[in-house]
Design a protein around this ligand. Structure first.
Ligand code: ADP
Ligand code: ASP
Ligand code: MG
Length: 412
């Protein structure tokens, strides 16, 4: 029988009632003749609560125990979903990640999937089971410990299962009815896209649009998984939602496909560091070792052999970064006058494959921000995106202004 993967996010399984509603949807696909693999998230808010408990118990925690705690939310919904399906006379069974087993590397809290042997689940399908309910977001390390895949990781579980089982489609059911030109919570002018190219979705996700985890888009692109995002609340048909697909399968699109943002950013500047070969390595080596995810980097022109180095990072990694820089200074590796931290910035980005062939997107973006009186602190670009760092208090305004200036409320 053909296989379908259906993933339900936190809000779609937030209550027993919603689990029942999701189960009905699964039942419809079973009736359509599919064997279904259902991937579930924890109930809405549960993972945040579990993370909070870990942080309160142990501020600099052992990531293996973090994984043991935060993976538990998905196990609850998997069991409840299987029970709900059984109550509807649909033969269903639940699996925790380790039981599948979904094998990952040992990078606790950020693990990467290495292999999903399909044999255990296929054996059950062969016996007449129609739905395998799998706890998302989790796996097992080579050492035999539970791992998790990073926040939002159930999306990646879903796509990985679709690839491993050759599923006809991977449907991501969530609380919006598709991928929008920007987060519909920021502007009512946001428009749902019928299709979006893998490359654009990849950039939007990695620049902060949390509707899909970045890694899930990477996997879908690599394994050619037919990936669809749709609402678990609306009644929808075959054409509902947004299809994430190859660029060639999109007939017309705007130069800019969407606007993404990342709210909790910080900026650090080392004032007056020696401008010598190896200085960047001396700064960013220790930061990497301390687990700091440096994003944008700018080095100023130097004067009298001294320069300033600026970088951005997630706001919750400031303490770690400051500690690493203090250590680098006292060991004599890096000599600087002062470390200045700005913990009130946000990153706003525009993304579109049309930028490859259209000049002037950057200047239009900068003019729109100027017209709102928004100062740009750092700029980075790539072939299909432009990102700016600005004061966090202007983030919503910037997103709305860019959405307007690129006419994203109207189709191409
Ligand atoms: P789930 O719990 O189903 O995984 P998430 O909260 O992880 O859901 O992702 C869905 C949310 O992503 C939406 O509620 C929306 O606020 C947000 N989002 C951000 N950017 C976008 C976008 N471009 N299109 C759609 N949703 C977006
Ligand atoms: N429950 C996890 C989280 O909130 C994984 C997911 O929902 O995708 O990050
Ligand atoms: Mg999510």
């Amino acid at each position: 029988m053909p296989t379908l993967v259906m993933k339900f996010g936190g809000t779609s399984v937030a209550t027993l009632d919603r689990i029942r509603r999701a189960a009905k949807r699964v039942g419809r696909e079973v009736a359509n003749g599919y064997d279904v693999i259902v991937i579930v998230s924890a109930m809405a808010g549960k993972t945040n609560e579990l993370v909070g408990w870990v942080e309160e118990t142990s501020p600099i925690f052992d990531a293996r125990e973090y994984d043991a705690v935060v993976s538990s939310g998905e196990q609850v919904t998997a069991g409840l979903m299987a029970l709900t399906l059984q109550e509807m006379d649909i033969p269903a069974r639940s699996w925790a990640g380790w039981q599948v087993p979904l094998k990952t590397n040992s990078a606790h809290s950020q693990a990467r999937i290495e292999e999903i042997p399909p044999d255990n689940i296929n054996a059950k399908f062969a016996e007449g089971m129609r739905v395998a309910v799998v706890a998302g977001f989790q796996g097992i390390s080579p050492e035999g410990r539970i791992t998790t895949l990073g926040r939002g990781g159930s999306d990646t579980t879903a796509v990985a299962f679709a690839a491993a089982f050759g599923a006809e489609r991977c449907d991501i059911y969530t609380d919006v009815d598709g991928v929008y030109t920007t987060d519909p919570r920021i502007t009512s002018k946001a428009r749902k896209l019928d299709r979006i190219a893998f490359e654009e979705m990849l950039e939007l996700a990695s620049l902060g649009a949390k509707v899909l985890q970045t890694r899930s888009v990477e996997l879908a692109m690599r394994y050619k998984v037919k990936l669809r995002v749709l609402s678990s609340f609306d009644d929808n048909d075959e054409t509902a939602g947004t299809l994430v697909c190859d660029e060639e399968d999109i007939v017309e699109s705007n130069v800019v496909a969407g606007v993404a943002f990342s709210r909790d950013e910080a900026k650090m500047t080392l004032l007056s560091v020696a401008d010598r070969p190896g200085i960047a390595a001396a700064i960013f080596g220790p930061l990497a070792e301390a687990g700091v995810n440096v994003d944008m980097i700018v080095q100023n022109i130097s004067e009298d052999g001294r320069t300033d180095m600026t970088w951005s990072l997630p706001v919750n990694q400031i303490a770690r970064a400051e500690k690493a820089m203090a250590a680098a200074k006292s060991s004599g590796e890096v000599n600087f006058a002062e470390l200045v931290t700005d913990d009130g910035v946000a990153k706003v980005s525009v993304v579109g494959i049309g930028m490859r062939s259209h000049a002037g997107v950057a200047s239009q973006m900068f003019k729109a921000l100027r017209d709102e009186g928004i100062n740009i602190k750092v700029i980075t670009t790539s072939e299909i995106k432009i990102s700016v760092l600005i004061d966090r208090k202007y983030m919503e305004l910037a997103v709305q202004a860019l959405h307007d200036t690129f006419g994203l409320d109207k189709p191409a």
